[in-house]
Design a protein around this ligand. Structure first.
Ligand SMILES: Cc1cc2nc3c(=O)[nH]c(=O)nc-3n(C[C@H](O)[C@H](O)[C@H](O)COP(=O)(O)OP(=O)(O)OC[C@H]3O[C@@H](n4cnc5c(N)ncnc54)[C@H](O)[C@@H]3O)c2cc1C
Length: 549
């Protein structure tokens, strides 16, 4: 993770950029219009134009079942309620929000278990919600602190050179992937590109080239904390799909709580909620049969709807291919298999004092650590970390006094996430889990400036580790991504987005969003909004022309 924006297409280049073309075309109405073969201004004979099943129910409010009360489902409900639909939210958990969720780290201090970041501040509805709800957001001016493989902090100037080069290469990789996607082999990884660039930028036999290559290769691994998987498995062909909305990356320092509450409000007030209700079958029929859709639950209930919006995470869809009856068309089933699903996890460790900050908090003090910390390929904790997995952390003490906290937030991904979540799950009590995590991360937080083993300030006082990998309703992972081997990533996403409108079955969620917001809260929000508008349109409701700005 890094506050560095992942947006590289300049305004001038947007006209030729796939990702920006996709965003401006993200209306989805084209699909419905194809279905209706007519404009839907309301003056045409809707009963003749819309599907047979839908025409039958024009005399009463259509009933929509939304499976999943995460951001996408909640936003979809808001749009549908606004167009006179009856909405039932069917949620497997005993709470709403899905992956947007807060927990107590220490008494009175909430933290986000899922998203912390707002990716891109320009024309981002989540940014607008943050502003309207007075959600505090933070960013850091300080450069990333880098600890080398021996445990020594690199001089800030040197760390900055490496960090800048890493982002230059990432930028070059976006441009290359965008321009050459059709010819890049599906087997090429971001790491392949990275290594080629390294050889070009730091030629062999230039001063210290071996040391520099090694550090840069270790820094390249930090890409994993963006997508939840290793840099060597990141598809180069579809790397362009990882580009984000432009503007800053901001950290929601007082959590996503108020944003979630605002998005949820219309549904909470006007939809029917069925909590602790896990859906395991959805039966659809084709339009000619005029039958309602039946949603079956694990407890054996059968709920009838006119339309169903399915927002379970991609990871869940991958593991339950037999949910839909009749089976999903082959291309859609394949799209669900093709797109990757990452495993980002987070571990918050709190202290009484932010010991890593210099007492005078001087930005020029070399021993003052603010913002991001990378600990590269540690060779000093081989017993617990024989694979030498990088450690990535962000310290949360340097925001404004209202929202700062003496806490380190570690991000893990890939094999390390799998290892840690499985080890923590084996332990029976919170005390044992905390003790394990304190011990595991000690070699890393003890590398920070001013650490003193015997000082009470340097003893952890609270801990929270996410377990998305163990969470079936989160699809046992974090969010969608694009892995080596992917052949038609953009088509896969578009196929999932399209869903099966003729059967009344729609898909929403971060995996169906505009390319520029895939895997994010913004993407989930836009996807729900889009499906809500498409359904409204399919019933002849007049809807605003644009989903995304
Ligand atoms: C660790 C982590 C860090 C992240 N960091 C960021 C970040 O910094 N910034 C950002 O923008 N995004 C981030 N994300 C991604 C972001 O959280 C998601 O993109 C977004 O919340 C997804 O919303 P959704 O509605 O698509 O899915 P969800 O929020 O997962 O909602 C789906 C809902 O469906 C329910 N459900 C699933 N299956 C069933 C079933 N069979 N029956 C009934 N209910 C079911 C689930 O319980 C859930 O409530 C992060 C995610 C994780 C896990």
């Amino acid at each position: 993770m890094d506050a560095h924006p992942v947006s590289f297409t300049s305004a001038a280049e947007r006209i030729n950029s796939r990702i920006w073309k996709d965003l401006s075309a993200y209306r989805h109405f084209a699909i419905v219009q194809k279905l209706l073969q007519e404009d839907i201004s309301g003056t045409v004979d809707m009963a003749a134009k819309i599907g047979k099943r839908r025409a039958q129910i024009l005399s009463r409010p259509p009933r929509v079942g939304i499976v999943g009360a995460g951001l996408s489902g909640l936003r979809c409900a808001d749009v549908l309620l606004g167009h006179g639909f009856e909405v039932t939210m069917i949620e497997g958990r005993n709470r709403l929000g899905g992956r947007v969720h807060q927990v107590s780290l220490t008494p009175g201090h909430l933290v986000d278990a899922g998203p912390n970041w707002i990716h891109g501040t320009n024309n981002n509805p989540i940014m607008e919600l943050a502003q309207s709800t007075n959600t505090l957001t933070g960013s850091w001016t300080a450069k990333t602190s880098v600890v080398d493989e021996t445990g020594k902090m690199l001089p800030p100037d040197e760390a900055e050179v490496y960090s800048d080069m890493m982002w230059e290469i990432i930028g070059a990789a976006f441009t290359y992937s965008n321009r050459n996607t059709s010819t890049i082999s599906p087997d090429e990884s971001l790491l392949d590109f990275f290594n080629r660039e390294l050889t070009r930028r730091i030629p062999e036999n230039s001063p210290d080239w071996e040391k520099k290559h090694k550090i840069m290769s270790q820094i390249a691994e930090s890409w994993g904390a963006y997508v939840g998987n290793h840099v060597f498995s990141q598809s180069l062909k579809y790397f362009w799909l990882e580009e984000c909305i432009d503007g800053e990356n901001l950290f929601c320092s007082d959590t996503y709580r108020k944003i979630l509450a605002t998005v949820a409000k219309p549904a909470v007030e006007r939809a029917t909620f069925r909590y602790k209700t896990v859906v395991n079958k959805v039966q659809t029929s084709d339009d000619e049969l005029c039958e309602s859709l039946i949603v079956q639950t694990e407890s054996g209930e059968a709920l009838q709807f006119d339309e169903v919006v399915f927002t379970a995470p991609l990871g869940w869809l991958k593991q339950h291919p037999d949910t839909f009856c009749p089976a999903l068309p082959a291309r859609l089933a394949q799209a669900i298999r093709n797109i990757g699903y990452g495993c980002l996890e987070k571990v918050y460790i709190s202290f009484d004092k932010a010991f890593w900050r210099s007492p005078e908090n001087s930005e020029n003090d070399k021993n003052d650590t603010q913002g991001f910390i990378q600990l590269l390929a540690p060779n000093y904790a081989l017993e617990s970390n024989p694979h030498r997995w990088n450690q990535e952390a962000v310290e949360l003490s340097s925001f404004t006094p209202a929202d700062s906290h003496p806490t380190l937030l570690f991000y893990t991904y890939g094999d390390q996430s799998k290892y840690l979540t499985s080890e923590v799950a084996k332990l029976s009590t919170k005390e044992k889990k905390d003790a394990f995590l304190y011990e595991w991360f000690k070699p890393y937080y003890s590398r920070l400036p001013h650490y003193n083993e015997s000082s009470p300030d340097c003893q952890p006082v609270g801990c929270y580790a996410t377990e998305w990998l163990n969470d079936d309703l989160a699809g046992n992972g974090s969010y969608s991504n694009f892995q080596v081997g992917l052949e038609e990533g953009d088509r896969d996403i578009k196929t999932m987005r399209e869903g099966l409108p003729d059967r009344g079955l729609w898909f929403a969620g971060e995996h169906t969003s505009p390319f520029v917001a895939l895997g994010t809260v913004t993407g989930a929000y836009w996807s729900g909004e889009s499906v809500g508008k498409r359904i409204a349109q399919a019933y002849g409701r007049t809807v605003e022309g644009k989903v995304a700005a």
